[in-house]
Design a protein around this ligand. Structure first.
Ligand code: AMP
Ligand code: GLY
Length: 423
């Protein structure tokens, strides 16, 4: 079978790596991919949002299954275009991807189907939103409605901060039309966890649980990023809480999607806040989390290709999924300046030495090639991901590998998985 994976981050490297282990997969293409992916797949010079070229390639090369990594092509309707052409593709169509593409849609959906989430109000007027913030006080969370590359959410401790954030979204239009509507939301305090499921709209298979580390500095300080590291499983999700999440979040979500006639085939990611032992949904994503996909896929024992093909065909009920007991930890190595403006083109040293480790993977994210050398080309550069017999061992293995890697300005969090170790 021939597979096309769309995207170029650590998540896509982990997907390609796991797919390459399937005996059913003969050839993997990745558009556009990165130098790490290029070691196991053929990378194509096609951008992830160039739907027409991707469809033409899939047709011309007789691709059996296309897998979409990032959210942008999903919200832009890549699945609709492929399905119309009778091509197999993994991911929700544009109507399903609205769960991530519009915070207003997601919040209204949760309200309609009784899914626990923070209290909120939607505004199209700056003045009305400002008035409401004054009335409600702080702390408060301000969210741009549309996709903003993970930067459209502001957790504000004071009213002034909240109004400044509102200005950035609605007056300065920092996220363009994604900010023409805002959600003003009650601020929840608790511990976050990532809960991903695979669904074909009828059957649901929960994936291993995980926890991301959103902020740039140790101790959950500093600005939010796309994610500085993750581990799996997340001990905060106990067996009892897992059942509660399935019953109060996932079941009503799947029933709601069916009621709305949304034929969802892909991953649903619920970003949760656990407050006093109860789950509240902060956001839905319509794809695997990144970096969460890296430790989660390291722990997968089953054939990912079979899982994804069955999902896209509506045959998920025939699939069984098993996981390694060993936990995994992923630490993201970032460029100087990230999550703000960052440096690029720094030579990455030490990758060769780490190539053949069995329990440690160096997933590439923002890397490129210059003069035959692997260099940095993005904010999040590498995801160093390791298994271990317990979470402390997995953490040790990941940080031991990091000692061998270097690029100018490299920075990373030193406390990934500490929350799980303390439990
Ligand atoms: P989102 O993209 O909606 O998940 O928001 C990004 C991050 O902002 C989340 O991972 C949380 O850390 C934080 N956040 C979002 N909504 C809330 C909320 N209602 N209360 C507290 N923190 C939040
Ligand atoms: N790591 C958070 C996300 O993928 O949205």
């Amino acid at each position: 079978m021939k597979v096309l994976v769309i995207g170029s981050g650590g998540r896509e490297h982990a997907l390609v790596w796991k797919l390459s282990q399937s005996p059913r997969v003969d050839k993997i293409y990745c558009a556009p991919g990165n130098p790490g992916i290029a070691e196991i797949a053929e990378c194509l010079d096609i951008k992830a949002d160039d739907i027409e070229s991707l469809l033409n390639f899939a047709k011309y090369e007789w691709i059996d299954l296309t897998i979409v990594g990032p959210e942008a092509p999903l919200t832009a309707g890549i699945v609709d275009a492929f399905v119309k052409d009778e091509r197999r593709i993994f991911g929700p169509d544009a109507s399903g991807a609205r769960l991530e593409g519009s915070k207003v849609f997601a919040k209204d959906f949760m309200l309609k189907y009784g899914i626990p989430t923070a209290e909120y109000k939607m505004f199209t007027s700056y003045l009305h939103a400002k008035e409401y913030i004054g009335l409600k006080g702080a702390p408060v969370v301000i969210k741009a409605d549309g996709l903003a590359a993970g930067k459209g959410v502001f957790v504000c401790e004071t009213v002034d901060e909240a109004i400044d954030s509102l200005k950035v979204i609605m007056k300065e239009k920092a996220f363009g039309s994604a900010g023409s509507r805002v959600v003003v939301e009650q601020c929840l305090k608790g511990e976050e966890a990532s809960f991903m499921v695979l669904t074909d709209g009828k059957t649901v298979i929960p994936l291993a649980t995980s926890q991301d580390h959103k902020t740039v500095f140790d101790g959950d300080r500093g600005p939010n990023t796309g994610g500085m590291g993750a581990y799996s499983p997340a001990p905060v999700i106990t067996k009892a809480l897992h059942l509660t999440i399935m019953k109060t979040v996932i079941d009503p979500l799947i029933k709601g999607l069916a009621k709305e006639r949304i034929n969802y085939r892909g991953v649903i990611y619920a970003g949760l806040m656990i407050c006093d032992g109860k789950p509240y949904v902060l956001e839905f994503n319509c794809r695997f989390g990144d970096p969460e996909a890296q430790p989660v896929l390291m722990r997968l024992d089953s054939d990912l290709f079979e899982m994804m093909k069955a999902t896209s065909e509506g045959k998920l009920k025939d699939v069984k999924v098993s996981w390694k007991d060993d936990p995994a930890v992923c630490v993201v190595l970032a460029s100087k300046g990230y999550p703000g403006n960052y440096e690029k083109g720094k030579v990455i040293k030490g990758l060769d030495e780490l190539r053949d480790m069995s329990d440690t993977m160096i997933f590439h994210a923002g890397t490129g090639i210059r003069k035959n050398k692997v260099v940095t080309s993005g904010g999040r550069v590498l995801g160093v991901t390791a298994l271990g017999k317990d979470i402390s061992a997995a953490k040790r293995n990941a940080y031991k590998a990091i000692e061998k890697v270097h690029f100018d300005g490299m920075h990373y969090r030193k406390d990934i998985a500490d929350k799980a170790i303390k439990k």
